[in-house]
Ligand binder design. Structure first.
Ligand SMILES: Nc1ncnc2c1ncn2[C@@H]1O[C@H](COP(=O)(O)OP(=O)(O)O)[C@@H](O)[C@H]1O
Ligand SMILES: [Mg+2]
Length: 147
């Protein structure tokens, strides 16, 4: 078993101001590992994409005035590894394999380009997506920082 250096859990309302909040929190949390600027940027980007998906997609069917929550759970492991899980209790994804394909989007307004999962995958070492339609989605990312 890898030893855990630190861990945290966070619950935020799924509103757009919390994209920036989650990026800042994750930066502060991983500072202990002295990441390079590049590593920090990678994690910030990947977290941002996952959080944005909770805000934009997960709760799209909620009635006006109701807000859902984003749950972020992060851990630092020895020697220099970070894991971040971002989950929601939203609408879920019917076909995860299809959703992960580059350029796949359910957005009809033309604002999204369907690259979110690709960004999460390319900026981390592993990406696991679990989703149950009607129940929610969970995205687990891991990254090993340079020694
Ligand atoms: N948390 C989520 N809840 C529900 N659907 C999601 C979630 N995350 C992603 N999706 C679905 O997967 C698709 C692809 O996501 P992504 O690669 O980030 O592209 P984009 O957000 O640009 O559409 C989204 O269009 C959406 O249908
Ligand atoms: Mg997205």
């Amino acid at each position: 078993m890898k030893r855990i250096i630190n861990e945290m859990k966070l619950r935020l309302p799924a509103v757009s101001v919390n994209e920036a909040v989650s990026r800042s929190v994750i930066s502060a949390f991983m500072a202990e590992l002295n990441p390079t600027v590049e590593e920090l940027g990678d994690i910030r980007c990947a977290v941002s994409e996952a959080v944005t998906n909770c805000i934009v997609h997960a709760y799209r069917d909620l009635p006006e005035g109701k807000v859902g929550y984003i749950y972020i759970s992060a851990r630092l492991y020895e020697p220099r590894e970070i894991s971040v899980e971002i989950s929601d209790n939203g609408c879920g994804i019917e076909d995860v394999e299809q959703a992960r394909r580059p350029a796949f989007t359910t957005d009809s307004l033309g604002e999204r380009c369907g690259m979110g999962f690709l960004v999460m995958e390319s900026f981390t070492d592993s990406l696991k997506v679990k989703s149950t339609p009607g129940k929610g989605t969970s995205v687990l990312m891991r990254k090993n920082l340079k020694p």
